[in-house]
Ligand binder design. Structure first.
Ligand code: BGC
Length: 717
């Protein structure tokens, strides 16, 4: 079976949710049968009324002009003598509206599907059914379904054929077998509470912000239409709040047929904790509603727990942030008219992500789209798949996702192919930076997002170029490491790297101190090795002093936050790191937790202490970027860090603080589970480590390092 030999078929440009229908007969019982399918748009297949497989949002989101995934399903038990296949569709990412500027038809002006069914019969006959103009198209119960706006569904409708499907002359060369994770319904949460708001709305609280949809059962008179809206929060008065969704309607509109039905949307998802029921035809009973958690089906690998319940909640929020935004593409947020594969956010969070879950396949796919969407000249678009075009392409820290993501995935899983495959894009990105401005070793031109959403009173516009040059050096250093692993001569880049570092020092440092008085400047200089080894302690002391001067809180944005804590802990300021971690007042990681957050907020100040909500124009309550602190919790607090890629060699170097009584964390690697635990007993700390076979651990406690192989080890200090 080769799906590329089949045909794209369409119902034309005007149809928003066509169903494609084919009837066929088989002359003997089926021994084995499968169907491969894909779409421009989204598709779901039914054979003889039974849904095929349990994947959702297929074929997934890729850069559809260059790569469209197809899926294959075993359908042996579904076929009979007389058969009917129906393929329901919707616009999805490919055709529908995306981004706040209401782009639509980004990759195609019409919905199209392609499928190829092959059945081997008991009598040896092989039957192939390909999509072609012998299929019909019609309409069904889904009136329209959109990523941002939700689904309109009419339970009364039956699938009715309207006309013959047309062959759509579109290349099949772009078809590629699914290389990302399956998207599935992963968990079902019961409704927690029924609320009548001060404004009189009927609202259900699921107790947790998720990405997915609500599955519900309802009975109303035929023709009665009711709807559900989705919200992340209630406002200070307890009213339903959807202003921050911007133009996304995130609404399910359901028309009853007189019978009780259980329904869930097919081709959309929402980021929500609360729903509002409009025009509900019956008394609301919580047991009829479940929140369905939808995301890429990744294996959970990391666990973190400690004596502080609020830190545990923070860690849970980080994991929920990942779950909510790892729906095929690493997105910024799941709720407003955005939900895009922002490169900056992905590079900030990738290492944390790889602790929590096995994200190897997830990133492999996304990085293929990144390479596909990289410009001829090497620039990386701001979001992947690219929907913004020139907007934001080539920003420092954002475009560096091309280098940082493959490197971190390589470190987590030790898959050299990850580097081999991505090396051309990594190098091309660095080469593009080299070509910017007049001096090859400095990146001080162009527009950058800078330290996005930072709170630093010392931050100035020109800091963006200090950040750009710092990332240039960092990406260059990774390209050198990757190139050497792949056996390339990297001497040219080594020389370049030396020059970038020297230029950075000359432009942005004086007498071993940073000219920029921002926290982020200090973080980058130390973390990216732009300063001399012997300057690290004093620069970090300066950083601690700046933190103190800023009011004993962090002020970093998307750029500084992922490395802030590492720099403090690794350079003699572990206590300051814990001050930041344990701070409960705004701004801090725990502040949203004290405000009842169940995911990570986009802004440190999404909701102010008095309950006022920050600007609705950009205020998501489920943005994983600041959750990057999870990688410090695993890597420094619990102290588990890969030294050799894939954890064949691991550092176990926990950095405790008496304000946290105990920590227990683990990571499942290809070689088994690595566990790190510590506990204060009075002034003593007891450490326990579990190391699986095939892993060598460098255990460092109080500055002393010991090499250990498989086993369980305890130390008291
Ligand atoms: C997104 C981001 C992103 C940023 C770029 C925002 O609209 O939500 O998280 O990185 O724009 O500056």
């Amino acid at each position: 079976m080769n799906i590329r030999n089949s045909n794209w078929i369409t119902a034309g440009t005007a149809e928003l949710a066509p169903v494609f229908i084919k009837k066929f007969t088989l002359s003997a019982p089926v021994k084995k049968a499968s169907i491969a399918a894909s779409a421009l748009g989204l598709y779901e297949i039914c054979i003889n009324g039974v849904r095929v497989g349990d994947l959702r949002m297929t074929p997934g989101w890729t850069s559809y002009k260059k790569r469209v995934q197809w899926q294959e399903y075993d359908i042996t038990p579904l076929l009979k003598a007389e058969n009917e296949i129906t393929i329901s569709t919707a616009e999805g990412w490919c055709i529908g509206t995306l981004a706040w500027e209401n782009h639509h038809h980004l990759w195609s002006d019409r919905i199209a599907v392609i499928a190829s069914l092959e059945a081997t019969l008991e009598n040896g006959e092989i039957v192939t059914v390909n999509t072609d103009n012998s299929w019909s198209w019609g309409r069904g119960k889904i009136v329209r379904s959109e990523i941002y706006n939700g689904e309109i569904y009419d339970q009364r409708a039956e699938i009715t054929a309207i006309g013959a499907a047309e062959i759509y002359d579109h290349t099949t060369d772009i078809l590629t077998p699914q290389d990302g994770c399956d998207i599935r319904e992963i968990e079902w949460l019961p409704a927690k509470e029924l609320i009548i708001t001060p404004e009189g709305d009927t609202v259900i609280d699921f107790g947790q912000e998720i990405t997915g949809y609500v599955s519900f059962s309802v009975k109303g008179e035929a023709g009665h239409t009711c709807s559900i809206q989705h919200a992340e929060i209630l406002d200070a008065n307890g009213n339903f709040y959807i202003e921050n969704l911007r133009a996304a309607k995130a609404m399910i509109t359901y028309t009853c047929n007189g019978e009780r039905w259980e329904y869930h949307p097919h081709f959309t998802f929402m980021g929500f904790r609360y729903i509002r029921l409009n025009n509900w035809p019956e008394e609301v009973s919580l047991k009829e509603f479940r929140a369905v958690v939808l995301h890429s089906d990744m294996k959970r690998t990391g666990h973190f727990e400690c004596s502080d319940p609020e830190l545990n909640r923070l860690y849970e929020n980080i994991v929920w942030g990942q779950r909510g935004n790892f729906l095929d593409v690493p997105t910024d947020c799941p709720q407003r008219d955005e939900r895009l594969g922002w490169t900056g956010d992905a590079q900030a969070f990738v290492r944390c992500a790889a602790y929590n879950y096995d994200v190897h396949d997830f990133f492999r796919k996304w990085l293929r789209d990144l390479a596909a969407d990289q410009r001829e000249d090497g620039r990386i678009p701001a979001v992947i798949p690219d929907v913004l075009g020139e907007g934001g392409a080539g920003s420092a820290a954002w475009g560096d996702a091309a280098v940082i993501c493959p490197w971190q995935v390589y470190m987590a899983y030790g898959d050299l192919d990850m580097l081999r495959e991505n090396f051309p894009a990594m190098k091309k990105w660095v080469d593009w930076i080299r070509a910017q401005g007049e001096r090859e070793e400095v990146w001080n031109t162009g527009g950058h997002y800078g330290d996005w959403l930072n709170l630093d009173p010392n931050y100035k516009d020109e800091d963006q170029y200090m950040i750009a040059t710092a990332y240039f050096a960092y990406s260059c250093s990774i390209v050198i490491k990757a190139g050497k692993l792949l056996g390339c001569d990297m001497s040219e880049y080594e020389a370049l790297h030396t020059r970038i570092v020297e230029a950075f020092r000359a432009l942005y440092m004086q007498d071993g101190r940073m000219l920029s008085r921002t926290q982020t400047a200090h973080v980058l200089a130390v973390y990216f090795d732009l300063c001399r080894e012997e300057e690290k302690a004093s620069l970090t002391a300066d950083l601690a002093q700046l933190i103190h001067e800023t009011g004993d809180h962090l002020a970093t944005g998307f750029v500084g936050t992922p490395y802030l804590m590492h720099v403090l802990s690794e350079n003699g300021q572990n206590e300051t790191a814990y001050n930041l971690l344990l701070r409960r007042e705004y701004p801090s990681w725990l502040y949203p937790v004290t405000m009842g957050a169940t995911t990570i907020w986009e802004r440190w100040n999404g909701i102010f202490p008095d309950g006022t909500i920050n600007t609705p124009s950009m205020n998501s309550f489920n943005h994983y970027a600041y959750g990057a602190v999870g990688d410090w919790m695993m890597g420094r607090m619990a102290g588990i860090t890969p030294i050799e890629p894939g954890y064949t060699r691991v550092a176990l170097a926990p950095m405790p603080d008496p304000r946290v009584e105990w920590v227990k964390a683990s990571i499942d690697t290809a070689r088994g589970r690595i566990i790190s635990e510590w506990k204060y007993e009075g002034a003593q700390v007891n450490y326990t480590f579990t190391i699986p076979a095939g892993v060598t651990a460098e255990i460092t406690i109080s500055g002393k390092t010991e090499l250990c192989g498989e086993g369980r080890y305890s130390f008291t200090v």
